[in-house]
Structures are given as C-alpha cells and as structure tokens.
Design a protein around this ligand. Structure first.
Ligand code: DX5
Ligand code: ZN
Length: 220
C-alpha cells in the first residue's frame, strides 16, 4: 500500500506571507506543499510560476508538489526544475501529443512526474502514461473543476480512484478539490493515499488537527 501524504494547497494561504505560511503548514504536520500553477488560459485563474517557486525554495527544503494547470506544460519544465520544484504534475488534456517527451524531460530535471485529469476526462486516458519506459509516478484525480479553491467535492470521481487502485496497488494516487473531514473517508476508502486540502486546512482553527485527521483516514 502507498504511504499517506498530506499536501496542504498553498492556494488557500496568504500569498504575501508564503514562506511563513509554508513553515506553519510543515509545523502542523504537512508532508508536501501543493503549489497550484495556473496560466489564466487552461483554467480561468492566474496564480504563480517559477519565480515564486524559486523564492519559496530559498526558505524551505520541503517537497514542492507542483500542479500545472497550464496549456503548454513543456514550457515550464526547465524553469521549474531550475527553481527547485520537486514534483511536476501536468494535465493529460494539455499533453495529448507530447506526454512522452514531457515525462522524459521532467525526469531528466530530477522532478517526479505526475499526470492529472479533469472531472470530465475518463481514467482510461492515463493508462498509456502508466506503462512502459516514460511512465508517470503519480496520478492526480481532480475532484472539482480545476481553477479555484473552496469548491464542492465530487464523490462520483471515486470510481476513477477505485479503478486505478485495483490496477496499481502501490501507485501514488492524489485527490484534489473539496477534501476535508467530511469527504476524506470517501477518498481514502476508494484508495487515495495522497491528499490535497486547501480551504479545509487553512480555514480550520487548528490546521494540525485536520492534517492528523486526514492522515489517520489514509492509514486506517
Ligand atoms: C483547484 C486546485 C486545488 C485547490 C484545492 O484547481 O487544484 O489544489 O487549491 O482547494 P480546496 O481544498 O479548497 O478545494
Ligand atoms: Zn491543485
């Protein structure tokens, strides 16, 4: 079984105090920091890119789990590698023609390659990326339409997680969108081991308590 990874989404943090927000989450027990990179084109929102990752990297050794919601992920590999990103998860919808080149390049820059899919994309689309030489090491199943934090979890996405877990017992399966104390059980019983949570962690009076609760649910 894949190990529990709890990744607070820094999209819900105070961007003006990113370094201290990151440190706060790590002190609360976070394993990874989830960094949402949006280009205002693939999704209708614009967030951050390599310069901010580079700045944050100067303040922390933490695993920076970058989720690329961009139209041209290939353009981001080199700058993000240089900036100190740890994971590079691109969207399958944005890489139908060049995913092999993309995975190869991500690995050559020392980052962990991952693939994500939007709610409307069937799970079968990621299968080719999981077999063979240029395979990804993580699948991020979106449980909301990508673009914004604070949306409602889509339980119907758990069929994708279940199907994937059956086929790949030790794969890192990440879920992202609307995860918190009231939805975690659905995700972990389906087989997710890597949990992204933004508003439920940052909005809690005691984020450490929420992180522990999420972790316990994965480990149960
Ligand atoms: C949405 C982002 C998520 C978002 C999750 O497109 O990919 O990472 O920050 O936020 P919550 O947990 O609030 O749904
Ligand atoms: Zn995300």
């Amino acid at each position: 079984m894949a190990k529990a990874i709890i990744a607070p989404s820094m999209l819900s943090s105070d961007f003006a105090n990113l370094a201290s927000e990151a440190e706060r989450m790590l002190n609360c027990g976070a394993d990874w920091l989830h960094m949402d990179i949006m280009d205002g084109h693939f999704v209708p929102n614009l967030t951050l890119g390599a310069p901010i990752i580079e700045s944050l990297r100067k303040h922390t050794k933490a695993y920076l789990d970058c989720h690329l919601m961009v139209t041209n992920p290939l353009d981001y590999v080199e700058p993000l590698g240089k900036a100190g990103a740890s994971g590079f998860t691109f969207h399958v919808e944005a890489s139908r023609d060049n995913w092999q080149e993309l995975v190869q390049k991500i690995k050559s820059k020392g980052m962990k390659p991952g693939v994500s899919l939007k709610p409307g994309t069937p799970i079968e689309e990621v299968y080719p990326l999981l077999d063979g030489e240029n395979s990804v090491e993580l699948v991020l199943v979106m449980t909301v339409e990508p673009g914004f934090g604070g949306q409602k979890f889509m339980p119907e996405m758990m069929d994708k997680v279940r199907t994937l877990r059956k086929k790949y017992p030790s794969l890192d399966i990440e879920v992202d969108g609307g995860l918190g104390p009231s939805t975690i059980e659905a995700a972990t019983s389906a087989g997710a081991n890597c949990i992204v949570a933004g508003s439920s962690v940052f909005g809690a009076p005691d984020p450490a308590q929420v992180i522990t609760l999420l972790r316990v649910s994965v480990e149960e």
